[in-house]
Design a protein around this ligand. Structure first.
Ligand SMILES: Nc1ncnc2c1ncn2[C@@H]1O[C@H](COP(=O)(O)OP(=O)(O)O)[C@@H](O)[C@H]1O
Ligand SMILES: [Mg+2]
Length: 251
């Protein structure tokens, strides 16, 4: 379980995120949605202790993220940031190997190599593992970063817009893989997505963020309502009953 209690980040006198109180249940996929600038990345990076918290407390599996050492937290939580600056002279396999650092401290064991290979295979990157990052397309590089995060093998996985740059096939593969990680391995996945239909289809819970506040939290069936979505996104959204669940149309 992840709990945020009265958490806020004050960027300036006119930009403040929170105070937010929120409980993300353990297990399953929870998706953050909301307009640009709503505060999704701010919340995610505070949970992932990459950004300081100005007020309030965040706990992941009972660990206070501010008081727990990075070393201990890295064994239960991994995070993919929205923006990743990359070192060009690094191969895909070397990058994914960094995900094992909390376990190996730099000396990779057979078990680490297996975890690296597994993550590379999951992201369909076997043929690219020897390539340098600057020899990849944006989508391939994005998959390499996700592979690195998955190789960390943590119970909690936070991913900020992991579908950025991905084509349809790889977006579907990624979401299916995240679902499987939640269902079969009991992982807790927290993800930021822009596509409402992906969010509705693959999530257990959807959390809508708007103007630095959590304005809706519920199951896809509860959130996928035209009026709510229109309000959150500030643009007309219709919802229709599709064969596998609600479908949002917003063009
Ligand atoms: N480092 C920063 N300094 C000042 N303002 C920031 C900084 N990072 C983000 N913001 C502002 O905080 C708000 C929320 O940003 P962010 O969390 O990135 O939103 P989202 O991920 O939902 O698009 C935006 O108004 C953004 O301009
Ligand atoms: Mg963001």
């Amino acid at each position: 379980m992840i709990t945020l209690s009265e958490v806020s980040k004050v960027y300036s006198s006119d930009v403040q995120i929170g105070p937010v109180s929120l409980t993300i249940p353990a297990g399953g996929v929870t998706t953050l949605v909301g307009p640009n600038g709503a505060g999704k990345s701010t919340l995610l990076t505070m949970i992932g202790r990459l950004l300081g918290i100005d007020e309030g407390v965040i706990e992941v599996a009972g660990y206070d993220v501010v008081k727990t050492s990075s070393k201990d937290l890295a064994k239960i939580l991994s995070i993919l940031r929205q923006e990743n600056s990359f070192i060009t002279r690094l191969t895909v396999r070397q990058l994914v190997g960094f995900g094992r650092y909390p376990h190996s401290h730099g000396r990779l064991t057979v078990e680490d190599e297996e975890a690296i290979s597994k993550a590379i295979d999951f992201l369909d990157m076997r043929e690219l593992e020897g390539r340098y990052l600057d020899q990849l397309s944006g989508g391939q590089r994005q998959r390499a970063y996700v592979a690195m995060v998955l190789a960390q093998d943590t119970e909690y996985v936070l991913l900020d817009e992991p579908l950025n740059n991905l084509d349809m096939k790889h977006s579907v593969q990624m979401m299916k893989h995240l679902r499987r990680a939640a269902e079969e391995l009991g992982r807790t996945i927290v993800v930021v997505l822009h596509d409402l239909n992906f969010a509705a289809h693959y999530s257990d819970y959807i959390c809508a963020v708007q103007d630095g506040a959590v304005v809706e939290f519920g199951t896809p069936a509860e959130i996928m309502e035209a009026e709510k979505l229109t309000r959150v996104f500030g643009t007309p959204v219709n919802v229709f009953a599709g064969p596998t669940g609600p479908i949002a149309v917003y063009y």
